[in-house]
Design a protein around this ligand. Sequence first.
Ligand SMILES: *[C@@H]1O[C@H](CO)[C@@H](O)[C@H](O)[C@H]1NC(C)=O
Length: 360
Amino acid sequence: MKFPVLSLLAARILSVSAGTVLWDGRFNEFTSSTDLNNWSWGNQVGSYQYYIHGSSAVTAYVNLSPSYKNPADAGSKQGAKITLDNTAYWNGQNMRRTELIPQTSAAINKGKVYYHFSLMRKDTNAPATTREHQIAFFESHFTELKSGWQSGAAGVSDPLLRWCIGGQTKWSTNWDADVWHNVAYEIDFSAGTVGFWHSTGSNPLTQIVAPVAASTSSNGADWHVGVLELPRDGYPDSTEDYYWSGVYIESGSLTTSVSGPGSPSDGGSSPISSSSSSSARSASSTTFSTSTTSKAITTSTASKVTTTSTTSSAPATTTSSSGCTASQWSQCGGIGYSGCTTCASPYTCKKSNDWYSQCL
Ligand SMILES: *[C@@H]1O[C@H](CO)[C@@H](O)[C@H](O)[C@H]1NC(C)=O
């Protein structure tokens, strides 16, 4: 007789202890990664924008499976394996990149929000320790994870997984195989601070680094769920796999349990369904520059790009920002773009499609 009351109470306590999910990137509505192909610039549906990848089929770069998730993550039906292979060059760039971007008009770039994800590597197709990798980053690199040898560093290789603010390492650990690293970036866009929550395996998140000052900025469509690898002469393009679980963005109070808010079997009741991005499909920004590119090598200076938050309706055509120049690889035009339209010498602005032109 007591159980119904107790479980009701427990449910209420659970529902108030979790925050509100602003955007749910946990792949629960995906049958397979080919669902990512549903999204295009002209048809911005689903929970992810899919455009930063090489020219092969999506299954060369992203695959979904229950065996790819953190087993402790009860909120996810499956995890994602994100791959860099020797074709993973995006848009003529010299960096290998496979990245997903949240598709949402929710306020993921305002106030205080928590960006959740779990990351793991295996010994098979391990990320190279001899090249710099930027993981779960924003365009301006105000916060991100990094792995491998860091550009400009002495030596040849580096076994660390790092958490960085503006390119400066604030926390690191040896990136061992088969260990799930659960992360929440505690971002306060109003205060201009970021804190770091972390745990391994099934342990609840704890705050490892209290909020520190950061140049927080995002247009709401520039968090890169995936990896960018900087080029390095003399090192081969071996295949690398990155495993992701429990990707979501939350406001309110932080969910520290790795089992996450909600579960795939509860039909999305309570906070998730009300604010899930899959119902928020308005055109979001097409502004994304590639400041992550050559400038990313000196990440602390990579924050010069103007991004604009967008609006609800169909994007307007490019409005030029005067008096500035876009660097090599940066975006310089496209529908909805409002950054610099002049390329730094000797590069010229080349149109890829109606939504994207780039300095090449
Ligand atoms: C992608 O489109 C297919 C066909 O319309 C649909 O069945 C599927 O649910 C879509 N996937 C997502 C994740 O929205």
